[in-house]
Structures are given as structure tokens and as C-alpha cells.
Design a protein around this ligand. Structure first.
Ligand code: Z5A
Length: 231
């Protein structure tokens, strides 16, 4: 009898929390990390949380996430050579299509957006990785992203060599994945700089741990985000 009462109370509590979550504005969540950080598994943990909260959402990615942007992605990942500035401009050209045609309309319609990578990747890869000027990236961010900034970014921080070892099994590596260990060390430093600059938005996850432990950390961060939204 007591058990039934507890279950009933729990269900009522869950349904009240879901209604509260549905009543707030749609949010924009991004996922970041260096090579082999484990973004694929992390993505499914995030969406499982959104399913539990019963909020509508879409999952998208960068570069890509929109028809023209996917064509640019193909150029970015598979052309023989691209000058660093061309790479940066193509990342932002793809992002503009993505932001204008997918992200903003979804958020305006009350649909949450989960993006596998977004603008922090440009600071890490084109900024620290390719050595391009941070101020130029800030200018492009202002031009293309404007106020469409993520509400929460989960950064999977993995030791560069651990990440490279995990990704080593891939049969085919794209143009960027073929870079050396020093490049990925810079990427990790770039992400750390971003996290330091925006600690309220960017939440670091220790991705060196087991898949189960990484999952636990993501759930804890998502729960913390939910509490913040409802407070
Ligand atoms: N890029 C850029 O330069 N500038 C930009 O502005 C943007 C992007 C937006 C494409 O991105 C490239 O674009 C990317 C950055 C650049 N280049 N690189 N490198 P992408 O996100 O599409 O591609 P990706 O970085 O190669 O990510 P991925 O393959 O989708 O995910 P991942 O995190 O690297 O790997 P994973 O497949 O999730 O995991 C790798 C393996 O590790 C897999 O076998 C897992 O089972 C295993 N794994 C995962 N977690 C664990 C743990 N915790 N323990 C042990 N093993 C694990």
C-alpha cells in the first residue's frame, strides 16, 4: 500500500516537473570535444534526458545540419587541401545556413535544439588548431551567430592521446582527423580557454573515464541545468 502511494507520488512529481519544463522557452544545447572524446554516446544520453522531460527537440550537427551546409561539410572534410582561412570561412558559411534555416526557426517554434558541435569548435580548431586570429573568429561569431548562443554546452574533455587511441580504429579518416597529435593538443587547449571564459555556459565533463561514468556526469549536468531553469 505504502509502495503504491510512493509510486503514485513519484509519478505525480514527474508529471508536474515535465509540465514545468514544457512551459519554459526552448533551449539550445551544444556538445563539444576533441577527437575520440565520445560525442556519439554523449548525444544519446542528452536526448534520453530530453525524452524524460517530454520536451520537443531536434538533433543537428556542425559542420552541416542543413542541405547547403551538408554540401559545405563534404568540401570541408574531403577536399585535398584547403587554406586555413578558407576552412574558417566555410565553417561560418555552413553555420549561417544552419542558424538561419534550422536553429532559429526551431527555437522560435518552441523546439529545443541539440547540436553536435557549434561555434566553440571554430575557436578550438581554426583558432588554436590552425593558428587563426581569435578576433576574426569573434567578428564572424557576431555576424553569423549573433544572439543565437547556446544555453548549455557540454564539453567532453579527453586527454589528446587517449582520444586519438580511441579514434585509431576508424577505417577512413577525414581531412581534419588526419592531423597529428600536436594539432589535437592545441584543440584541447582551445576548448579549455573557452570553458574558462564562459564557465556558466560551458560545463566540462571528464571524458577519460568509462562510458558509464561519463554518462553519469552528463546526467548530473543536465539535472543541474533543469534545476536552474526551474528555479
Ligand atoms: N570542425 C571544425 O574544425 N570547426 C568547426 O567550427 C566545426 C567542426 C563545427 C567534423 O566534426 C570535424 O569538423 C571535426 C571538427 C571539425 N574534426 N575532427 N577531428 P564531427 O563532430 O562530425 O567529427 P568527429 O570530431 O570526428 O566526431 P565523432 O566521430 O562524431 O565523435 P568522437 O567524439 O570523436 O568519437 P565517438 O565515435 O563518439 O567515439 C570514438 C570511439 O571511442 C568509439 O569507438 C567509442 O565507442 C569509444 N568511446 C567513447 N567514449 C568512450 C569512453 N568513455 N571510454 C572508452 N571508449 C570510449
Amino acid at each position: 500500500m505504502r509502495l503504491m502511494k510512493n509510486i503514485k507520488e513519484q509519478l505525480l512529481h514527474t508529471s508536474r516537473a515535465c509540465k514545468e519544463m514544457q512551459s519554459i522557452n526552448a533551449k539550445f544545447i551544444t556538445l563539444e570535444g576533441s577527437e575520440g572524446a565520445g560525442k556519439s554516446t554523449a548525444l544519446s544520453t542528452i536526448t534520453a534526458q530530453l525524452d524524460a522531460w517530454q520536451v520537443p527537440y531536434i538533433v543537428t550537427r556542425e559542420p552541416g545540419g542543413e542541405a547547403n551546409a551538408e554540401q559545405i561539410r563534404s568540401l570541408l572534410l574531403h577536399s585535398d587541401h584547403l587554406a586555413a582561412k578558407t576552412e574558417l570561412l566555410l565553417m561560418f558559411a555552413a553555420r549561417n545556413e544552419h542558424v538561419v534555416k534550422v536553429i532559429r526557426p526551431a527555437l522560435a517554434a518552441g523546439t529545443w535544439v541539440v547540436s553536435d558541435r557549434f561555434v566553440d569548435a571554430s575557436y578550438a580548431y581554426q583558432g588554436l588548431g590552425r593558428g587563426l586570429d581569435w578576433k576574426t573568429i569573434e567578428f564572424l561569431e557576431e555576424l553569423v551567430v549573433g544572439g543565437t548562443k547556446p544555453d548549455l554546452t557540454l564539453l567532453l574533455e579527453v586527454d589528446p592521446q587517449t582520444g586519438l587511441n580511441r579514434a585509431a580504429d576508424r577505417s577512413q579518416k577525414d581531412r581534419i582527423e588526419q592531423e597529428d597529435a600536436a594539432f589535437f593538443e592545441n584543440i584541447c587547449r582551445g576548448y579549455q580557454l573557452r570553458a574558462k571564459a564562459e564557465p556558466n555556459r560551458i560545463k566540462s565533463i571528464n571524458a577519460n573515464l568509462s562510458i558509464a561514468e561519463v554518462k553519469q556526469q552528463i546526467i548530473a549536468q543536465m539535472d543541474g541545468f533543469k534545476e536552474l531553469l526551474l528555479s
